[in-house]
Design a protein around this ligand. Structure first.
Ligand code: ADQ
Length: 808
């Protein structure tokens, strides 16, 4: 910047000086010209006034009185010097300044005497009158060629007539040196003006450079430096650039790329560091793109990933709390896929196009959400009725009787058909589509899709347990349900035991060949693989990375203050208000603890967060009443003026709110009576960056299979749960850390991205019938089937592992 300023000043000095000198030079020339013309004009007028009188004297005849005559004409010393010459050029007389007379050039006078015309000349004459006269322009102003000082004279010779004859000449001589002096004065004044102008322009320019160039550039440089070191955010930059906004925009996008590249590099490095064990959203996206090799993924679920609802006068787009969105979105975004789901939001219809589609996520628009509309009757029969009053209790052994109504079943079928139509319409132009169906609401969908599109690879994941065959047999439409599911190429459950139950049910219900060794079903030439995929939660290295206990403590203390539980041990339960979650049993265990170990009175607080769920179903409404009454009873029994043992929060919380609760809780209670997996248990572990806290976990939750370092309990055994709580509260820091670290490592490695990638990998590896039939072209269908069966049997006999993978 210093050198730049020096160069700028030098350039300004040179530029302004050259321009100003050139302009002054022309000013001086013009001024001199004006002065010379003025002098010539004045002298001419004077001479013209004298000419008739002098000519009159010539006519009178020879005259010796010329000196007197001239003195008479030249009355003042300011008037030009005068000289009279006869027709031969001899001087008759002179008056006034006669210095130039001695330097008079004969040709000059001759022009007037012989040519009969007026002659004028500006002469530089050396101060030393002994020198020769010098012609105008032959020397620098004020100095002759030999360096002697000179003066400028103006001479004007007018011919004088006697009748028609030229009788002589009148010479007028004026000291014109003032013209030169004035020229010098103009130069002097210009020099001062130029100097002042140069100083002013340089100062103004330097100030402008400092304010408008140097400052933004310095700020931008500082911002870029901090960005390079990862100390500044991208958004900070743009505001500081002022008028350099276009540059700022380019730099901002450059900075964004830089930040993204840095994050990717850090993730990459971390992945390498952890021997590529940890799955991330980015890794899943890359993996999905590779597996789908340009193909599209179609996801179908009852619940949509984005819901538009009215909030007062505003419409809000909310993401329902669900690990599914976290796991599936990276795949859909990577392949610009389509998610088909029930449009359940009050404002959903206002946000779709004429094909019921919209691009999501709202601010990124990376994939398509296709909304399916259901009438109130359909919703009630298919969702609340058959799915949640029938299948939900049927699959959970929670001793709530399933209710099956013919009307609900009809609606369940027609709604499955409706979803089927929507999916088939969306995949019309896609070859070999890959479809991932979610959950027990859509059990008939695999069959509907495969019937119309045998080239589609279809997987369904059953998020709840699958009971044993006898229990499932309660359902009057078990054949249709199992038939619908078995049409899928891949059927996923959380646990191996659920797979076993399902295969057993197929054995009981369908005419199909079940392969217990390879966990597959062969029916009418179609193969289905049945596999366990234990679902999990997202693991964000950044969010879930290690953090000191002090940091976490600071973060959670406002929550404790808000709840008025400072200094108390916090026990936490987070669930949907559902009878399978064992909320009442948990409350009874707390009561048991307080009853049998009264030293915990005023020492512990149990916070139960229960989000309202399926509220129109009578069993859920009854559960809510039962939970509220139990909480009230326990509080009435033990509360003091300063303390309440149980706080019941009945609302949906944000992800951040839940994280704060998880981090503040000394102990988390997951006491489901039966649960496919239970994500709360894993969320609690993921949130505990401080590696502290205790998890009490029901042995009937799928998560208990993996999280063996939890305090595993039978939720029906109130005394045992109470004892586990006590054990947890009294557990030493070292033991807590050890267990927590082990469980966190498991969740980190088996996160939801890995879950999604495993299912996608297996689904993309599925061999479809037409691909198998291509092995034996040119033979009829029946023969082809035989070929296929024989080939499979041979493969199984030769290399069970290879064939298993090929069939999977
Ligand atoms: P659920 O029975 O709904 O799902 P669960 O695994 O207990 O699921 O997860 C519930 C989710 O809801 C968690 O992510 C939790 O954070 C969230 N949640 C609960 N209460 C909340 C509240 N008040 N506010 C905000 N969020 C709340 C089914 C099966 C499970 C299986 C999952 C996933 O029943 O066994 O684990 O699917 O497959």
């Amino acid at each position: 910047m210093h050198l730049f300023r020096l160069r700028l000043v030098a350039a300004l000095l040179l530029g302004i000086t050259v321009i100003s000198v050139a302009s002054t030079y022309f000013d001086v020339l013009a001024h001199k010209h004006t002065l010379r013309s003025d002098l010539a004009r004045r002298t001419q007028w004077y001479g013209m006034g004298l000419q008739p009188q002098i000519e009159e004297q010539f006519m009178i005849g020879p005259n010796d009185g010329w000196p007197a005559i001239l003195r008479q004409f030249r009355k003042s010393p300011d008037q030009p010097g005068l000289a009279i010459f006869d027709k031969d050029g001899a001087l008759l007389a002179s008056a006034g300044d006669v210095l130039p007379l001695k330097r008079l050039q004969p040709e000059f006078l001759k022009r007037a005497l012989t040519g009969g015309k007026e002659a004028i000349v500006f002469l530089k004459i050396p101060e030393d009158s002994g020198q020769d006269a010098v012609g105008a322009g032959s020397a620098r102003d004020g100095v002759t060629n030999d360096g002697a000082p000179s003066r400028l004279w103006y001479e004007d010779a007018i011919p004088l007539h006697n009748g028609d004859q030229i009788a002589g000449a009148l010479l007028m001589m004026v000291d014109a040196d003032y013209i030169r002096t004035e020229g010098i004065e103009v130069w002097r004044r210009s020099f001062l003006r130029i100097a002042a102008m140069v100083v002013l322009v340089v100062v103004v320019t330097l100030v402008m450079v400092r304010w408008f160039l140097q400052r933004p550039v310095t700020r931008a440089a500082e911002w870029l430096r901090r960005l390079r070191h990862g100390e500044a955010g991208v958004e900070e930059g743009a505001t500081d650039f002022g008028y350099l906004l276009p540059l700022a925009k380019e730099m901002t996008s450059l900075a964004e790329n830089l930040t993204r590249a840095r994050v990717a590099a850090a993730t990459e490095a971390r992945l390498r560091d952890t021997a590529e064990r940890v799955w991330t959203a980015d890794r899943l996206a890359v993996h999905a793109r590779e597996r789908l090799s340009g193909g599209k993924l179609f996801v179908v679920s009852n619940r949509e990933p984005y819901i538009h609802v009215r909030h007062g006068k505003e419409t809000e787009c909310i993401v329902p709390p669900s690990g599914l969105v976290t796991a599936i979105e990276p795949i859909l975004q990577a392949c610009d896929g389509i998610w088909v789901a029930h449009g359940s939001g009050s404002e959903d219809a206002a946000f779709v196009d004429e094909h019921d589609r919209l691009r999501v996520p709202p601010d990124e628009k990376r994939y398509t959400l296709r909304r399916v509309w259901l009438s109130a009757e359909e919703e009630s029969g298919y969702y609340e009725g058959f799915s949640n009053e029938g299948l939900w209790p049927l699959c959970h052994i929670a001793h709530t009787r399933p209710i099956f109504r013919g009307g609900d079943w009809s609606l369940y079928q027609s709604v499955n058909e409706k979803f089927g139509e929507a999916v088939l319409e969306e995949m019309r132009d896609t070859e070999h589509p890959v479809v991932f169906v979610q959950d027990y609401h859509l059990a008939l969908l695999p069959k509907i899709i495969k019937r119309a599109r045998p080239d589609a690879r279809v997987a369904i994941f059953w998020h709840i347990p699958w009971p044993n065959a006898e229990a499932f047999g309660i359902c009057p439409w078990q054949v249709e349900l199992v038939d619908g599911l078995a049409a899928a190429d891949l059927i996923g459950f959380h646990l191996q035991s659920h797979c076993n139950n399902f295969l057993d049910t197929v054995d009981h219900v369908l005419e199909a060949r079940t392969d217990w060794e390879h966990f597959s079903i062969r029916r009418d030439g179609h193969y289905s693989s049945v596999r366990p995929y234990p679902i999990s939660v997202a693991w964000d290295e950044h969010e879930a990375g290690a953090e000191s206990a002090i940091e976490v403590d600071i973060e959670t203390s406002p929550l404790r203050r808000e709840l008025g539980i400072e200094g108390k041990q916090l026990l936490l339960g987070v669930d949907r208000m559902d009878y399978t979650k064992g909320i009442v049993e948990r409350l009874l265990a707390i009561e048991h603890l307080l009853e049998h170990h009264p030293w915990y009175l005023e020492q512990i607080v149990f916070v139960q967060i229960a989000s309202p769920s399926r509220t129109r179903i009578p069993s859920y409404a009854a559960l809510r009443v039962q939970v509220e009454e139990t909480v009230e009873r326990i509080n009435r029994r033990y509360q003091t003026s300063r303390w309440k043992p149980v706080i019941l929060i009945q609302r949906q919380c944000s992800h951040d709110e839940l994280t704060h609760f998880y981090r503040a809780a000394d102990l988390c209670l997951v006491t489901s009576l039966h649960d496919g997996m239970n994500l709360v248990a894993k969320e609690y572990l993921a949130a505990r960056k401080d590696c502290d806290g205790v998890l009490v976990l029901s042995r009937f939750a799928g998560a208990a299979q993996e999280l063996t370092d939890a305090l595993v309990v039978n939720p029906y055994d109130i005394e045992q749960v109470s004892k586990a709580i006590r054990t947890g509260l009294e557990m030493g820091r070292g033991e807590r850390r050890l267990r927590m670290e082990r469980m966190r490592n498991h969740v980190k490695e088996h996160n939801v991205y890995r879950w999604a990638s495993n299912i996608l990998t297996d689904l993309c590896a599925v061999r479809l019938e037409n691909e198998i039939l291509a092995v034996a072209p040119g033979v009829g269908l029946r023969e082809q089937m035989h070929v296929k069966v024989r080939l499979d049997d041979e493969l199984l006999a030769v290399a069970p592992e290879t064939s298993r993978r090929m069939m999977a």
